[in-house]
Design a protein around this ligand. Sequence first.
Ligand code: G6D
Length: 349
Amino acid sequence: MQVTEAWLEELDGKRIIEHKIVTDAGMEVTTLNYGCTITSIFVPDRHGKSENVVLGFDTVAEYEKHSPYFGSVVGRHAGRIKDGLLTIDGETYKLAQNNLGNHLHGGIKGLDKVVWDVSVTEEDGSISIRYSHVSDHLNEGYPGTVELLVIYTVTNNNEIILTLEGESDRRTVLNLTNHTYFNLSGGLKRSIESHRLTLKSDQFLELDENLIPTGHAMDVEGTVFDFRNGRVIQEGITSEHPQNVLAGNGYDHPFLLGASDGVDIVLEDDESGRRLSIETNQPSVVLYTGNALGDDFSIRGRQSGEYLGLCLETQGIPDAINHPQFPTTLVEKGERYKSVTKWRFSTTE
Ligand code: G6D
């Protein structure tokens, strides 16, 4: 394995630094300390041809201008919070209302737009990129000064382990995730409509017209939300299920994950033979199928557009602060928040 470092331009008085890790098994991962962004992941197809399988850009300027969180860490609180209002211990905090009057993905300048401090550690059979940042009290309206740590560990088994940690000096909310858009066809040759997803989840969360959870968990049984035995994404795009239509003809939903110590999620592309297996310690995963991806920009020469990538955002439950029946996203003073998700890339025969 090897890691290289490139110093790019300065932003907000800090140097943008790119890291590229190449494993002995043909995987190449490139990241930026701008938003802890994964800008490309090259993995082989069933014939050994290595191609990029995520949406990303080659310049920071394109991320600033076009990126709907491509490959970035989002937070302090991923997902939406209704009306951008956060009431903790009787005090109401007004968060940035950056999405139809609600709060989305950490606000106007969320963690995806921060230049993080970065260091690299090399272990036996793996290399880790460590990003750190201190988010000040009332940044984007959130209470608490929070020390944040993001670690991407790349292994020679073509795995990426994403560890997202935080600790606050007072009670607050924390719900981080990585917002990578996957497209296993390689080089964005095809959309994700023919990708097959297997997801061990019995329930998904109903959304309202602003894509905020209503608080009602719906059984997947008998619907195109049932991925327990595998399902092609296309079925949810053409579905007339009110929740698919509401999401813009596709999925944009949190799925509840039981406590499991195995693989929760498998994404496959039959034509290339590429497979992504995901394990996580998080209580939910938001499946977003790129329904709102704009077509007014290109991605490394490929016209962008709906369904060009899909996200599997392992995280706490969006708007949980307003739904006590769901696992909380509140953290206490001094409590260590720790989200761990493992992506493993392989090929099918
Ligand atoms: C849209 O509703 C979706 C979100 O889930 C997604 O994260 C964002 O686009 C990038 O707002």
